[in-house]
Design a protein around this ligand. Structure first.
Ligand code: ADP
Ligand code: MG
Length: 703
């Protein structure tokens, strides 16, 4: 009788073992880990370190450097323990050569104090900072060593993991280590075809994971810290591929749903084109053609319209809306803020109403009877074009026949919300065509990944007749000179913005800063008419002030960043931005885009507080050198990373563990090829990749 053979355990199955099978993980801890998306051993395999601590070498105390993490050894020379405003423990450590460094503790236990005896050997790890006398290290990690202890150095770097609340770093390190013992020894975890990536000369996934979790002492730490180690590149490739596949999947599923093919029977688009006081630029025309082709198809449009501030996206959206109206359907335009929705409404109202199209605005401010009437007009289809904020549109508003939605994204609208729109669809079970507009110009290769769920049109040309903006940077100490300059400009009939920015501060503090600036400017320039807008001023008063400025009844408009969106005053040709060093490139670029809209030569003055940090200096230099949004975006990405640039929520590429779109951009062509092939021929592998990397991405981000 044949011996019963137990099937060999499938190595990949090891990965599916529950974490509670690891020592030290009981039900309570397992729950905490599960909340962070950590359920099985393999979740730990892919829970990659955030950073590393190097305990593989010792640094001489004399070689310690400000801010550079180091490990060193010495003997306790003296201990200060007392209470000066708050409890204090300071341990002076000295090496044989007599160099000293202080360890400093603000929170400590009594036994810790007693532990440090003069003459004792101690090994410490931490970040030196200049203290009262020489360097000191606040809350170092340390180990007291017995006299005879040889205390060998580590042969690997210590990984530092992000940990769910109330789980210790040491436990996490131990569990990941244990999980890695079950990492399959063969190709069981490889999902990316070797032949497709051979030319990149990257390690196998298993080796890459082990290198990243347990880097050997001789690893190239500089490469690792820059994220350029081949092991990181191998993982980044897979991670980017997974996110790309996930977006492509979403796109495919959306595109497979039915939409209404719109035909502009009344030639409304032509009518509006004829009525416009200008001719479209080539780029606008090209984008409009692409949009109209999409609208005319039975699959829902999913298109991104990318174009710098002032490139004229709104009119393209208006023309597309006319196409939908001409076909007998409703269009909706969604803006991120009420102010911007107001500006869109004004434009659309001015363009479309004379052609007999009914445009309505949905605002939180319109209440009661007026609101009920607006809603009724929308429900009955009498309102053909509806303008409102994202928030309003997401409420349960009934349309009669909504077939086209424009989303003005302005950094604030995520993939998830984009997709939620499908529920807003028509009674007939069709979903509306979508056009997403963004003023964030990103290079095409990146757009293919960041917006893989969308088709992309780019308006890469500004309307003619604009004079380039001159940008200068001025130290805030030279404020008087600047005031004189503003005064002179206004005497010539020019108008100026004076922007007070306090990033990260509350609305209220920003408003106070604006008030103070207004008072001081009024005092210095009593002959000028100065107005002010900020978030704390009632909308009605704010609108009146804006209108006055637009009509030329004000010389200077003091404003907070509320003017970033929604203002278009061609005669304003001077802009002063205070605290420019605190703003990001994208925001400065957006602000600057408020001037240079007319024919007069415009100037933007970036006022900064010195000393300028290196990055702030680079930002300011970049703005002085160019007004090209694409160049600025590239620089911005290089300085900050694309995640921040695009807003993590927006990319749908939120929580990269290893990858960085900009840094790893050279991998994109390869992964686009792999993705095409995989979606076609190996869809189940694609599923596994998406599950591995994207499934838990959001939980990863919040851990
Ligand atoms: P964006 O939304 O892309 O920042 P807007 O749509 O607000 O830009 O357009 C900026 C200004 O340029 C508006 O006043 C608009 O009417 C005007 N404009 C748009 N297209 C043209 C064009 N082809 N020629 C001249 N002016 C244009
Ligand atoms: Mg706009």
């Amino acid at each position: 009788m044949p011996r019963q053979v137990k099937p060999a355990p499938d190595l990949a199955q090891q990965g599916e073992r529950a974490l509670s099978t690891l020592p030290g993980i009981g039900p309570a801890i397992a729950n905490k880990l599960a909340a962070a998306g950590l359920l099985q051993l393999r979740d730990l395999w892919f829970w990659l370190p955030r950073s590393y601590e190097d305990r593989t070498r010792l640094t001489e105390i004399v070689d310690l450097r400000n801010g550079e993490v180091a490990q060193f050894e010495g003997r306790v020379a003296s201990v200060e323990h007392g209470f000066r405003f708050r409890p204090l423990l300071r341990v002076h450590v000295q090496d044989d050569a007599g160099h000293t460094v202080a360890l400093r503790f603000f929170h400590f236990r009594r036994q810790q104090v007693d532990q440090f005896k003069v003459g004792m050997r101690v090994r410490c790890h931490g970040t030196p900072r200049p203290g009262a006398r020489g360097y000191e290290i606040v809350h170092p990690s340390y180990r007291l060593l017995a006299e005879a202890d040889e205390a060998p150095l580590n042969d690997r770097l210590d990984p530092v993991y992000s940990v769910p609340e109330s789980i210790s770093a040491a436990s996490m390190r131990r569990w990941v280590g244990l999980a890695l013992e079950h990492l399959p020894a063969d190709d069981a975890i490889e999902l990316v075809p070797e032949s497709d990536i051979r030319h990149l000369h990257l390690p196998k996934l298993r080796d890459a994971l082990l290198t990243l979790h347990q880097p050997p002492a001789d690893v190239d730490l500089a490469l690792l810290q820059q994220g350029l180690h081949p092991a990181q590149r191998r993982i980044a490739l897979e991670e980017l591929l997974a996110h790309h596949l996930s977006l492509r999947r979403r796109r495919m599923s959306l595109r497979s749903e039915p939409a209404i093919a719109l035909v502009d029977q009344q030639q409304q688009v032509e009518k509006l084109l004829a009525a416009l006081p200008f001719k479209l630029t080539h780029a606008q025309e090209r984008s409009l053609q692409a949009v109209i082709a999409d609208l005319s198809a039975h699959a829902p449009m999913m298109r991104l319209l990318q174009g710098d501030v002032g490139s004229g996206k709104t009119v393209v959206a208006a023309l597309a809306a006319m196409h939908a109206v001409g076909a007998g359907y409703q269009a909706a335009i969604m803006a991120p803020t009420d102010l911007l929705s107001e500006q869109h409404f004004k434009n659309l109202d001015a363009w479309l109403t004379p052609l007999g199209v009914r445009v309505v605005r949905l605002s939180g401010r319109v209440v009661g009877k007026a609101r009920a009437e607006t809603l009724k007009a929308i429900a009955e289809g009498e309102a053909q074009v509806v303008v409102g904020t994202h928030a309003l549109m997401q409420e349960a508003i009934a349309f009669k026949s909504l077939a086209f939605v424009v989303i003005d994204e302005q950094h604030r609208f995520g993939v998830q919300q984009r997709l939620a729109l499908r529920d807003k669809g028509l009674a007939a079970g069709c979903i509306p065509h979508q056009l997403v507009m963004t003023a964030t110009p990103i290079p095409r290769t990146l757009a293919m990944s960041a917006y893989a769920d969308l088709d992309v049109s780019v308006i890469d040309e500004l309307p003619p007749g604009r004079t380039p903006i001159q940008t200068v940077a001025i130290d805030a100490q030279r404020r008087d000179e600047l005031v004189a300059r503003v005064q002179a400009a206004c005497a010539e009939g020019r108008q100026a913005y004076w922007v007070c920015t306090l990033i990260d501060e509350s609305d209220e503090i920003e408003a106070q800063a604006a008030e103070a600036t207004l008072a001081s400017l009024q005092e210095r320039m009593p002959n000028l008419r100065i107005g002010m807008v900020h978030g704390r001023i009632k909308p009605k008063a704010r609108q009146d002030t804006m209108a006055q400025f637009k009509q030329g009844a004000l010389d200077i408009l003091v404003a907070t960043t509320v003017i970033e969106v929604g203002v278009d005053v061609p005669n304003a040709s001077l802009m002063v931005i205070e605290n420019a060093e605190r703003l990001g490139l994208a925001q400065l670029h957006q602000l600057r885009g408020r001037v240079g809209r007319g024919t007069a030569a415009s100037t933007c003055v970036l006022m900064y507080q010195s000393p300028l940090g290196a990055i702030a200096r680079e930002r300011i230099d970049t703005l002085r050198a160019t007004t090209d949004g694409f160049k600025i975006a590239e620089k911005d990405m290089a300085l900050r990373g694309p995640g921040e640039l695009l807003g993590t929520r927006q990319t749908g590429l939120a929580a990269f563990r290893v990858a960085d779109l900009m840094r790893d951009a050279d991998l994109l062509p390869t992964l686009h090829v792999i993705a095409d092939d995989m979606l076609l021929h190996r869809p189940t592998i694609a599923d596994q990749l998406v599950a591995r990397w994207v499934g838990s991405a959001e939980r990863y981000a919040s851990a």
